[in-house]
Design a protein around this ligand. Structure first.
Ligand SMILES: *[C@@H]1O[C@H](CO)[C@@H](O)[C@H](O)[C@H]1NC(C)=O
Ligand SMILES: *[C@@H]1O[C@H](CO)[C@@H](O)[C@H](O)[C@H]1NC(C)=O
Length: 257
């Protein structure tokens, strides 16, 4: 059936879905048992998603939200460029927390040589390259400096970083200090969360932080940790036990700036 009412609803949905999303705002989501949860992020402010993997699973590929592949660690790095080219991805993320023994744990010199051989060539195909994402532990920025020092043939289009902590002041201080040290590159905050156990404080933190990140021209992207269902003892997940956005999730998905 066709009538004016259905036309305007369809038109609004199209305008919303096509133009209203925030180009910076992304999701970190890799819950393979609740894959349908991604549907609540469609037609929101969210414009991109990653799952720490290289290939979009079908539930993400079909979501209409741009998937950004990541080369998580050293394993499989030799296949990454071919996978990215086959998918047509325009942007990629590098190693995940290589400064952390419990994460991808790669020496800066080793990471630089893997990058030079296997990731840097994607640049010639027009793919935007995000550098490795270090933690905000004391090992983070020194790792990145050594990596950049070793990676003399590398070009990055942006540098991702992670931050966990309590309070907007420490968060803003960290990103400004990171920006001061790596001033040649735009930054993406690809994991961040308030670790406060007070729900109101976590919501206020998220609301103010996204407004702030949206206002900084050297911040190109960000993804809250994380688009997961509520978990005992976590106050920063964006979904309730049924996979619907909780109050925090509504802020993150819908707040326009
Ligand atoms: C290269 O990385 C190693 C650690 O893997 C580090 O000791 C060295 O200082 C780095 N070189 C430069 C020029 O940063
Ligand atoms: C949570 O934080 C808010 C705002 O800082 C405060 O008013 C409230 O008392 C806190 N709640 C608890 C249970 O500590």
């Amino acid at each position: 059936m066709f009538n004016l009412a259905t036309l305007s609803v369809a038109t609004l949905a199209l305008v919303h879905g096509t133009f209203a999303a925030n180009a910076k705002r992304g999701l970190a989501f890799a819950d393979s048992s609740d894959t349908g949860d991604i549907s609540v992020a469609e037609n929101t402010q969210v414009s991109w998603v990653y799952d720490w993997g290289t290939t979009a699973p079908s539930y993400l590929a079909d979501s209409g939200i741009t998937y950004i592949p990541m080369q998580w660690g050293a394993s499989g790095v030799e296949n990454f460029a071919a996978t990215v080219k086959a998918s047509g991805a325009q942007t990629v993320l590098g190693f995940n927390e290589p400064d952390f023994a419990s994460q991808s744990n790669i020496e800066p010199a080793t990471a630089a040589s893997l990058w030079t051989q296997y990731i840097q060539p994607l640049k010639a195909d027009g793919v935007r390259l995000g550098a490795p994402a270090v933690t905000n532990a004391p090992s983070g920025t020194p790792w990145l400096s050594q990596f950049i020092g070793n990676c003399t043939e590398c070009t990055f289009d942006f540098i991702p970083l992670h931050w966990y902590g309590d309070g907007l002041g420490p968060f803003y201080d960290y990103i400004w200090s990171f920006h001061g040290e790596f001033a040649s590159w735009p930054l993406w905050v690809t994991e961040f969360a308030s670790t406060s156990t007070n729900v109101t404080e976590v919501q206020d933190f998220a609301s103010q932080a996204i407004t702030y990140l949206d206002s900084l021209d050297w911040i190109e992207g960000y993804a809250w940790f994380a688009f997961y269902r509520q978990d005992a003892g976590s106050y920063y997940n964006l979904l309730d036990a049924n996979g619907q956005p909780n109050a925090l999730g509504q802020i993150y998905l819908d707040q326009t700036s």
